[in-house]
Write a protein that binds this ligand. Structure first.
Ligand SMILES: *Cc1c(COP(=O)(O)O)cnc(C)c1O
Length: 458
């Protein structure tokens, strides 16, 4: 039996969830066109669609919400957030934003000109979208190990420094308004980046006078992985590690819906006074005054508390071990996943689990449907529905390397017995997996088809 620490909290307020009958689940998924995005959340028993904004807040956060200061300018809640920001990140300036993508939009609108390149280990899709919307070209330069699902590199999110140097030489530093890195690497399975890599990436960018920004959504989980895995850091606190990470950066942005343990919020932080002034002007135009940035005072108050709670050692130990428990238990049961387990999600390798279903019949959709039908579990395909495209030259369909199903794990929400239930359902599916059939698409939108596509079983 794979052990992990028990939850470092007890439950004070409960939200009932209900497993509707097998018959009702069959009807619900059929009515949704076999697309789990189109299900009603109430028809889902265990929801792994995303870890973004879905976590549970603490009593301290709910208490802070009651004390939120709704003053338009200079609210007390803003200064509480500022105190946490100064303590953890240490940037000279920051503004709150309503989500991570609002910060990305402001940064891209101010810095990205058509034809510019923005390197990263891997860009998240909203980052990529905001850079492209300004005519920029996001480029992914993660190490090759990231693409091998069985490779157990402890820092599989690292930037490939040689690729980065060659890339800067080739494109010219003058065409790179800023460089970035995503911690943990969400698009690459929630895999961490080492402090050594962050230090070297920073030095490389700076040697070309390129400002270095960190996409920080899961910075606390990344700090915990550094403490566990990187020589020289086991005696440091996650806070000390985070402070070192940000000492190498010129700026950062974050979706607080992840490691700041709130349901809405984010920030953009910088060292440059001149850039901060421009950010404020943009923020006032689109989001709100610089001391609230599109959030309510109570949101800022909960964020200030959540930033600190997200770095607590017993919370991080439980959080990362919980994800690992799910992943290692699946492996032990003969269900292939992307290894090693990441911070916020487990990716089941549906392509390897269901080799009898070809890529054009969507093994990930077959598995996500089976999970819903068998147990009311919602998990998202990350495979051909999301990423396959028709090559404009050959007219051929190009499929992604892997057909995955992602189980993103909300923070502090589900307990050990929920996960044991999920593991039982997946073992049951494995027993009869050869009977699962593929799907065909009956409707698709021209872009981002995974959200609204409809399917039929073959
Ligand atoms: C969630 C996320 C974002 C975008 O944040 P939103 O709050 O959803 O707008 C950006 N980057 C990464 C790595 C993310 O995980």
């Amino acid at each position: 039996m794979i052990k992990h620490p028990a939850e470092p909290f007890r439950i004070k307020s409960v939200e009932p969830i209900h497993l509707i009958s097998h018959e009702e689940r069959k009807k619900a998924i059929q009515a949704a066109g076999y697309n789990i995005f189109l299900l009603k959340a109430e028809d889902v028993y265990i929801d792994f669609l995303t870890d973004s904004g879905t976590g549970a807040m603490s009593q301290a956060q709910w208490g802070a919400i009651m004390e939120g200061d709704e003053s338009y300018a200079g609210a007390r809640s803003f200064f509480q957030m500022k105190e946490a920001m100064d303590e953890i990140f240490g940037f000279e300036y920051f503004v709150p934003t309503h989500q991570g993508r609002a910060a990305e939009n402001i940064l891209a609108s101010l810095l990205v000109k058509p034809g510019n390149y923005i390197p990263s280990n891997m860009h998240f899709d909203t980052t990529e979208g905001n850079i492209r919307a300004r005519g920029g070209r996001p480029t992914n330069l993660v190490i090759d190990d990231a693409f091998d699902p069985a490779n157990r590199n402890p820092f599989k999110g690292n930037m490939d420094l040689k690729k980065l140097k060659d890339f800067i030489e080739k494109t010219g530093a003058e065409n790179i308004p800023f460089g970035t890195i995503t911690i943990t690497n969400n698009a690459g399975g929630g895999q961490p980046v080492s402090l050594q890599n962050i230090r070297e990436v920073s030095a490389l960018y700076h040697s070309y006078n390129i400002p270095f920004f960190i996409d920080s959504c899961r910075y606390a989980e990344n700090s915990w992985f550094i403490k566990q895995r990187e020589p020289g850091y086991s005696h440091k606190t996650p806070l000390e590690i985070a402070r070192e990470i940000y000492s190498y950066a010129d700026g950062a942005w974050m979706s607080a819906k992840k490691d700041a343990l709130v349901n809405i919020g984010g920030f953009l932080a910088v060292r440059s006074a001149e850039l901060y002034q421009k950010i404020c002007n943009e923020l006032i135009l689109r989001e709100g005054f610089p001391t609230y940035g599109g959030l309510a005072g109570r949101d800022l108050a909960a964020l200030a508390v959540g930033l600190r709670e997200g770095l607590q050692e017993d919370y991080l130990a439980y959080r990362i071990a919980q994800t690992s428990y799910v992943g290692e238990s699946l492996l032990a049961a003969g269900i292939p996943i992307v290894e090693p387990p990441g911070g916020h999600a487990i990716y089941i390798d549906a392509g390897r689990l269901l080799p009898h279903i070809p890529q054009h019949e969507f093994p990930g959709i077959a598995l996500s449907n089976a999970m819903y039908r068998a147990g009311g579990i919602r998990a998202c395909e990350i495979g051909s529905v999301m990423f396959a495209y028709t090559d404009p030259d050959s007219g051929k369909m190009i499929h992604p390397k892997l057909e995955l199903v992602r189980m993103a794990i909300p923070r502090r929400m589900y307990t050990q017995s929920h996960f044991d239930y999920v593991l039982d359902v997946l073992k049951e599916i494995r027993e009869s997996k050869d009977q699962l059939r593929g799907f065909k698409i009956t409707y698709q939108a021209p872009l981002m088809r995974h959200f609204t596509a409809r399917f039929e079983p073959l």
